[in-house]
Design a binder for this molecule. Structure first.
Ligand SMILES: N[C@@H](CCC(=O)N[C@@H](CS)C(=O)NCC(=O)O)C(=O)O
Length: 256
């Protein structure tokens, strides 16, 4: 799983260097996956530093991490490596059935609902809302936005969701959210009274809908029918991000 990046990133022994996109205006990351991994490291008490200058890893995605001289890609693989290295297993009290359900919901969220978010941000709104939530987008992205939109459209089409009509996709996302909301119910965390790894993943994605997707088709429902998901996000934010406001970047004043 070790990456192949030639560049060397110095960090102290057992300190993770987390490579990710620059901070968002309303969430510390506008991407679910860095927010998940950073939340997990906070949950596990793992020392880490951020590198916002090299967000894309050897596999062309964000986040990735450098740890004790090696590079690793994929938030879940990074999380599992750290869990094993630091012996942090927050799911050990769960039954096999509870773990199976938790995994299914996580995969639905990260591999299905995520693509609804991607389609809304990049295709249905043509990437225009990105500037409302992230101030330090790569220079020149505006110029190449049509190309970026086309590339992401192709990715979503390869994944499958991008082949459906916008109305069908929005409705699929709504059904995912309804299932996630029903599964959470009145529990404080997805598997009960204590947060586990899965909560970090759910938080990474749901926080986007709560704070970093203004004007999305789900905005009103996050305050109404799915209010328990918003409350869950607020709970996670309070528990693991007491410095949340300091981890946001101020909105750009003069957008060119
Ligand atoms: N399974 C990966 C997914 C990472 C991912 O899809 N990151 C997106 C940002 S949200 C990305 O880097 N996309 C760039 C691209 O696909 O070109 C993980 O958990 O880290």
């Amino acid at each position: 799983m070790s990456g192949c990046n030639k560049k060397k990133f110095p960090a102290a022994k057992d300190v993770v260097l987390l490579h990710q996109l620059d901070r968002g205006i309303f969430t510390p990351s506008i991407s679910p996956f860095p927010l998940k991994l950073e939340t997990y490291m906070r949950m596990a008490g793992i020392s880490y530093e951020n590198d916002f200058k090299n967000p894309m890893g050897p596999k062309g995605k964000t986040p990735w991490m450098t740890f004790n001289g090696n590079d690793y890609c994929d938030s879940q693989l990074c999380l599992e490596l750290l869990a094993s290295k630091f012996q942090k297993d927050f799911s050990s009290d769960l039954t096999a059935e509870e773990r199976a359900i938790a995994r299914s919901f996580q995969i639905m969220t990260e591999e299905h609902l995520y693509w609804v978010l991607v389609l809304w941000r990049w295709v249905y709104t043509k990437g225009k809302t990105l500037w409302d939530v992230q101030m330090n987008l790569p220079t020149g992205l505006r110029l190449v936005m049509p190309l970026a939109v086309r590339r992401i459209k192709a990715q979503a089409s390869a994944q499958g969701l991008g082949r459906h009509s916008k109305d069908d996709v929005i409705e699929m996302g709504r059904k995912d959210l309804r299932a996630i909301s029903d599964y959470l119910g009145t529990k404080p965390y997805f598997t009960g009274d204590k947060p586990t790894e899965m909560d970090c993943a759910m938080f990474g994605c749901l926080a986007q809908l709560v704070w970093s997707m203004q004007g999305s088709p789900y905005e009103e429902q996050m305050k109404g029918e799915f209010a328990n998901l918003k409350e869950f996000c607020e709970r996670m934010k309070e528990k693991f991000w007491p410095d949340w406001d300091q981890c946001l970047s101020p909105p750009r004043l003069n957008v060119s």
